[in-house]
Design a binder for this molecule. Sequence first.
Ligand code: MP5
Length: 217
Amino acid sequence: MSFTTTLLDDHQTLWRANLGHRFLAETRDGTIDDTVFARWLRQDYRFVEAACPMLGVLISKAPASHREPLTDALSGLYDELDLFQERAETAGIDLGDARPAFTCHAYIQFLLATARGKSYPKSFTVLYAAEKAYYEAWSRVEEGLSPDAFAAPFVENWASDGFGEYVGFLTTTLDDLAARAGPQEKSEMHRLFETTLRYEAAFWEMAYDTTDWPGLD
Ligand code: MP5
């Protein structure tokens, strides 16, 4: 069994918590509260902004053959930021002053800390987990979504064939990296995958949380 298949197999409960989250079903069905969707949009904008330097650090550690696909992915993040700005403007959502919520802030710090402080295979595992989670999540939203729904451009972005090919590249590359990793390294990659999926579930949940940072309300 490949490393990535084992990862998915070993964390089925977390995977279900992500793909079964009400945020996805409500977005697909068009029943999501506008303020909940806006909270996600403002926070995810901050997340994607932070993913740019994270990918930059990863590229600096990558073998030469990985640099081009990762640079393409980095350039794709700037298209995503444009998409967030366009959607926000359409809905009258102000992105300018969106302070990262507690969960978003923690996830961003985790992303940057792993990219800077951990080995390339370990930080690559975090990238794989986040991108795979979004590809699968938005593919769930796609099934039955009205084509003129406000969320449709986000589905086109993360559930697209192009994004699926990128996730395919991440999958085969992570399997290659794991095949060359020792048992200790592989076990830490496993752990980081799990932590990333925990953050992903927390991120959906954050969209429903109207409280400020813990201790401030
Ligand atoms: C992604 C994202 C996908 N935008 N937000 C979260 C919370 N997880 C994963 O990453 P990207 O960089 O937008 O493709």
